[in-house]
Design a protein around this ligand. Structure first.
Ligand code: GAR
Length: 190
């Protein structure tokens, strides 16, 4: 069996889609949802879908080996950041080199970097009068949004689209592609 660890900070629509996508797969499963927020809706979604979860604080994450050791014990084939907003610690990146991927709600290298997450990204895209936005799935390195790109897909925007409209288009793209790309990465197809 191959397993997926998901890190998520908020709503968890991506986590939900990923868990659901692999639910009936006999070879791949989501073994844990990790969150830095004790009351994040993603935790409720994980519970409803029967996936264990673990929450942690800054101290556990950055100044202790708790999460590193837990991950080493679980030994997931891939670590997926699905709306996870904290910088990933270098010691985990080094221990799971090449096995950590993130989804970013824009066409990197545009609209990436510190502070560029969720609605901040979509507001910036609208303010910049972009004709397209999209998603980028990429490897995680010690710098925000800088790892090698695995997959990108774009979507056209209209000049009347609000940031909320862009968010909806992006979430649709994420739902369509992210679980399948995770599967392809696990199976070494890409
Ligand atoms: C997603 O759109 C994801 O791409 C974005 O946060 C949202 C989380 O939604 N991630 C980032 O901005 C990372 N820089 P969700 O909690 O409903 O999956």
């Amino acid at each position: 069996m191959k397993s997926i660890a998901i890190f998520a900070s908020g709503t968890g629509s991506n986590a939900q889609n990923i868990i659901t996508y692999f639910k009936n797969n006999p070879d791949i499963y989501v073994n844990c949802v990790y969150s830095n927020k004790e009351n994040a809706p993603v935790l409720h979604k994980a519970q409803q879908l029967g996936v264990p979860s673990l929450t942690f604080n800054k101290e556990n994450f950055y100044n202790s080996d708790l999460i590193l050791e837990t991950l080493k014990n679980q030994n997931p084939n891939i670590i997926v950041l699905a709306g996870f907003l904290w910088k990933f610690p270098e010691k985990i990146i080094n221990a799971f080199s090449g096995k950590i991927i993130n989804i970013h709600p824009a066409l990197l290298p545009k609209f990436g970097g510190k502070g560029m997450y969720g609605m901040n990204v979509h507001k910036a895209v609208v303010a910049n009068k972009e004709t397209h936005s999209g998603i980028t799935i990429h490897h995680v390195t010690k710098n925000y949004d800088e790892g090698a790109t695995i997959f990108q897909e774009k979507v056209a925007l209209s000049d009347t689209d609000t940031a909320a409209d862009v968010a909806k288009k992006i979430h649709n793209l994420e739902a369509k592609h992210f679980p399948k790309i995770i599967e392809d990465v696990i199976l070494n197809k890409i």
